[in-house]
Design a protein around this ligand. Sequence first.
Ligand code: A2P
Length: 280
Amino acid sequence: LTDTYTLNNGVKIPVVGFGTWQSKDGDEAYNAVKAALEAGYRHIDTAAAYGNEESVGKAIKDSGIDRKELFITSKLWNRDHGYESAKKALDTSLAKLGTDYLDLYLIHWPNPVQFRDEWQQRNADSWRAMEEALDAGKVRAIGVSNFRAHHLDELLKTAKVTPAVNQIFLNPSDTEDEVVAYNKEHGILSEAYSPLGTGKIFTIPELKDIAAKYNKSVAQVVLRWSLQHGFLPLPKSVHADRIKQNTEIFDFELSDDDIKKIDGFHGVAGLAQDPDATDF
Ligand code: A2P
């Protein structure tokens, strides 16, 4: 859990993060993050839109773990796209989390429904605010989420800083080959949210056979698949035993054959996403 990838700006990022999407504000998110920190996670992924930044921040504070040992990500929500509003939104996230810097700040979605006819300009303006936050030391790295190639192409026209990360919905049933290739080509790390397909990968029966072979659970095999592809999985759970189980993925290695077999489950659970069609 202390293994790291190095981002394109030299910042080190723990290779597994704890996902908090769909962890409800209050006791649920608080207890989940506390259990995650106790299990050894040092990388916590949240977002303004998850509505749980205060609970996440409180769990972090109460853990007593030195801030410098932690990697904290949050995300700019759709209604806050724009130069001034992005600056304000970052300050709000910092205040809610109770920290004076983020390790990573992401644009959550490329093309929100509020700004359908001006998303290019909104992203460029938000990005400029984020670049300034980087210079000011309020964030250590900046990136995007749910961006496809055409969104990134557009952003790179005006960006001074290349995104360090693109966080996407990425799991064996939705392998996002085109975006992953684009990210790789540009030195952008692919982070995988919902690496277990929000739980739907458990409906793929063949995964049980592969897991049995390694004496591991299906979740562990799928997270290992993510790591062996060089992705950064962000598994979510609100159960302490699963939170711990999802960290025990460094003591085995999937064979190339099994990786290929798992690649072949693309589409099987029917999870593919289109960010431009998402009505946020
Ligand atoms: P729960 O939070 O009730 O434990 P993803 O990370 O892809 O979004 O998947 C999260 C879903 O998978 C949640 O429904 C979570 O349920 C469940 N989950 C997480 N880890 C495991 C595990 N090790 N075994 C079984 N289910 C898991």
